[in-house]
Unconditional design. Structure first.
Length: 160
């Protein structure tokens, strides 16, 4: 993936490929964005190094402000958004949508799924506006036993 820049709320945000060199920044972002569900260090190393995983970061002034990882599953004609997060003080600027769009393009699958806390209304709204619809409800999915909402987007053939 090449780098590209987008103007988001008058600030230049760089969308680029994440690497193991981003481990420290990703660990901090996970702990801030997901205090109840931050991935352990091993999982973060895995998402930044396993072959085939899509890993994209959003940076402003050289600092990571958002991250998304996707798992393409071509044998299922499906891609999973494994995680997506934007620092709380950066939300509402369109960064999450930019990350989501970039990941969907790279996943290159006719269906994309993700799981979101049922109480995360802002994220659910963003996903619905991006074309996702609820397809399942996983009871007690999160560490604190909150339910997860599984959402799916059907991508048109022309987008693949």
């Amino acid at each position: 993936m090449g780098r590209f820049y987008c103007l988001v709320s008058t600030a230049l945000i760089e969308i680029s490929h994440a690497t193991l060199l981003d481990l420290g920044a990703l660990r901090q972002l996970e702990q801030v964005c997901f205090p109840k569900d931050a991935w352990p260090l091993f999982d973060l190393i895995a998402v930044l190094s396993f072959p085939g995983i899509i890993r994209i970061k959003a940076s402003e002034n050289g600092q990571m402000v958002g991250f998304v990882a996707g798992d393409p599953r071509p044998h299922e004609n499906l891609g999973w958004i494994a995680t997506i997060g934007v620092l709380p003080n950066q939300r509402g600027r369109g960064i999450g949508k930019q990350l989501l769009d970039a990941c969907e393009i790279q996943l290159n699958q006719p269906r994309i799924r993700l799981t979101v806390r049922q109480s995360n209304y802002n994220a659910i709204c963003m996903y619905e506006n991006a074309g996702y619809r609820a397809v399942d409800h996983w009871l007690g999915y999160y560490n604190d036993s909150e339910d997860g909402l599984v959402m799916e987007k059907q991508r048109p053939q022309s987008a693949l």
